[in-house]
Ligand binder design. Sequence first.
Ligand SMILES: [Zn+2]
Length: 166
Amino acid sequence: MILLNLLNNTKMKRLVFLALIFTCNLVISQIKSQKMDYKKYTDEDWKKILTEDQFHILREEGTEYPGSSKYNDFWESGTYVCVACETPLYLSENKFDAHCGWPSFDAGIDKNIDLGVDYKIGYARTELRCKTCGGHLGHVFDDGPTKTGKRHCLNGLALKFIPNKK
Ligand SMILES: [Zn+2]
């Protein structure tokens, strides 16, 4: 009888232990999936990740001062990713000097970029947004000098440069 009780106890303990592990895993995977769901992020969530200036650009559709970006006169080869969620957005081979004061590209990685329209300065401009996190990136204009005819005018603060592996 005592032996049977012990056996039952061990079985119970094992069951409780397994249930605990299962619950833990469930909670962890829930936290992970919530973390990736950027569309649910509140302003407070973003403020923990972004600097004040980055927040102003990405979440309040701000524009950085012309000529202020470290990427204006920057010609390394690599990929420009979203500073908030690291989604690849632009390749260095599409970068050109538009002399407009902002980092400019003649094309982006289209599948990762959403286009919108804003009337912030009185007329319609095509806005660029990161498809993954919805962050505002800049605008695209039809006056590009290359064969694409496009000028993606970016806020450098919305981007992070990842160099190509040598
Ligand atoms: Zn993003």
